[in-house]
Design a protein around this ligand. Structure first.
Ligand code: SF4
Ligand code: SF4
Length: 507
């Protein structure tokens, strides 16, 4: 099998040189990642411009409008105010956020302690030791500006599901505060040689393990689920043996894309740049293939730009320097595609959330606002720009299919909680049942930690029950880790809405 060595830009020596050694146009180098690397393979290949559709021109390095960002909060956080009063005028926000001019103090002051966020937090519901989002957000920041206060370790128990953001009636930037606090805790207070740090770093850098595993996918899939290996992983690293590692595809999405000769449709008026993320590339290329076929069916020219991990698992583990390094490559690559007329689409709702919200909240990188404004979830984009209902009006599946649909928390945060149900509910031969608004419980890497496994399953219990009550035994969701949890808790096969759309439009 031929390996597509340009399949990602992560881990490549040439890209790494670029990231570490010289600034890309418009990308500031201040505060660059100096987090020590862990076993990242180096295949020596640089990303290639023709990994898109051959449109290789870079956009002008245009404006570099300054925008508020805290740059991850990974620098020493506080000089501390002398005052111990909670008088807003007594604090200097620059002391709290030396890397930028965004002042989360205002957000903290907007909290009126209604506790709606605490009520919505799935972790607080099952974990008596977790003080909840109100404490993790506004209260920690109030403490922090009074004093050079340590971040409470409990921040590492926040799963970054972002349900608290949705619940807050006062628009307190809770998940941003949590990401900042977690980044500072990991950077300044976490022991870098601890098993927990090493385990979390490996989980956060899933793309590295997946890249290695995809060299020998069948062997890796077997080894990663081999009982004695799992026992050792649990004892030595705290990765629960109950979890099933996902299979690695024998042909990655990018290998498939290259083998088919890239885009089959050219259309300068309808272009999309596909952000496939790690999971669609290494584990479920069928989702990426469905996306390509569906979009080409609707006349889109699909571009597949060089890309790294979206950073989602890094945010959740406080690895903000890793996340920034990846974000720099992604932003640089995606603004090039945007400059060629493309919008960015992602098939994973956590990837679209990351590009849309977390990037501009946490990093100050040239072009990051453009990427945020041009990013959509893949089904959302079609619903906005195409007459999907008209297209599906006469569609009929050969065999009737029933789905138990779970809306991921990050889809809810983007206002997409009903999109799959609304899209397919009138299609002949399809029954689509929403299994409710509970969290699946896995939250990316949260449920992959031995000490969190039972809580993760407890959170997911309501969803499992609703799935089992629903007609049929196929689940549906846009999030790959929710899909893992759904399969783990029920044994159901899980599909992505794009796979059903591919079937229904006959793409
Ligand atoms: S992000 Fe999720 S787990 Fe974290 S505090 Fe908010 S609701 Fe709780
Ligand atoms: S929901 Fe918002 S206003 Fe209410 S306690 Fe939480 S952060 Fe404060």
């Amino acid at each position: 099998m031929t390996r597509d060595t340009d399949d990602e830009t992560d881990g490549t020596g040439a890209q790494s040189d670029e990231s570490e050694g010289r600034a890309s146009p418009g990308v500031p180098t201040a505060g660059r990642d100096e987090q020590p690397s862990i076993s990242v393979p180096d295949d020596g290949e640089a990303p290639e411009a023709d990994a898109t559709t051959g449109h290789g021109e870079s956009p002008a390095a245009g404006d570099s409008a300054e925008r508020p960002a805290t740059d991850g909060g990974v620098e020493s956080a506080t000089g501390g105010s002398e005052s111990t009063e909670l008088d807003p005028d007594a604090y200097d926000p620059v002391d709290v956020f030396p890397g930028g001019d965004l002042d989360l103090r205002d957000g903290a002051d907007s909290c009126y302690k209604c506790t709606s966020c605490d009520t919505a937090c799935p972790v607080a519901e099952v974990d008596d030791e977790f003080p909840g989002p109100k404490f993790q957000g506004p209260e920690q920041w109030r403490l922090k500006r009074k004093d050079d206060h340590d971040i409470d370790e409990s921040i590492t128990s926040c799963s970054n599901c972002m349900r608290c953001d949705d619940a807050c009636p006062s628009s307190v930037p809770l998940s941003q505060m949590h990401n900042e606090a977690r980044g500072q805790f990991v950077e300044s207070q976490m022991e870098k040689l601890s098993v927990e740090y090493v385990r979390n770093r490996i989980l956060a850098n899933y793309h590295t393990s997946a890249r290695l595993a995809s060299v020998f996918p069948r062997t890796a899939s077997f080894a990663m689920n081999f009982g004695p290996v799992r026992w050792v992983m649990e004892k030595a690293m705290g990765i629960p043996k109950e979890r099933d590692f996902p299979e690695f595809a024998t042909e990655t999405f990018r290998e498939w894309w290259k083998a088919r000769g890239g885009a089959q449709v050219e259309n300068p008026d309808k272009r999309v740049a596909y952000f496939h993320g790690c999971y669609s590339n290494y584990n479920t290329p069928e989702v990426g293939k469905a996306m390509v076929r569906v979009y080409e069916h609707f006349g889109y020219e699909v571009m597949v730009p060089p890309q790294k991990c979206s950073g989602t698992p890094m945010f959740a583990n406080g690895m903000l320097k890793d996340a920034r390094r990846h974000a720099e490559t992604n932003v640089e690559s995606l603004i090039e595609a945007i400059g060629e007329g493309a919008d960015v689409i992602a098939s994973c709702t956590s990837c679209s959330m990351s590009l849309r919200q977390e990037y501009p909240e946490l990093f100050d990188i040239h072009g990051i606002e453009d990427v945020s404004e041009h990013t959509y979830e893949a089904l959302e984009y079609l619903r906005i720009n195409e007459d999907l209902q008209g297209e599906l009006a006469d569609a009929r599946l050969a065999d009737e299919q029933s789905f138990a649909y779970h809306a991921p928390c990050h889809a809810r945060n983007q206002g997409l909680s009903r999109q799959a149900v609304e899209t397919f509910r009138d299609v002949d031969g399809v029954t689509m049942e929403d299994v409710g608004d509970s969290c699946s419980g896995i939250s990316g890497t949260y449920g992959w930690k031995e000490e969190k496994y039972e809580k993760s399953m407890e959170i997911g219990e309501e969803m499992f029950e609703h799935m089992e009550d629903a007609e049929g035994d196929v689940g549906m969701t846009e999030c790959p880790t929710c899909a893992m949890q759904m399969e783990h808790g029920t044994g159901y096969e899980i599909k992505h809405p794009l796979q059903l759309l591919e079937e229904t439009v006959g793409a």
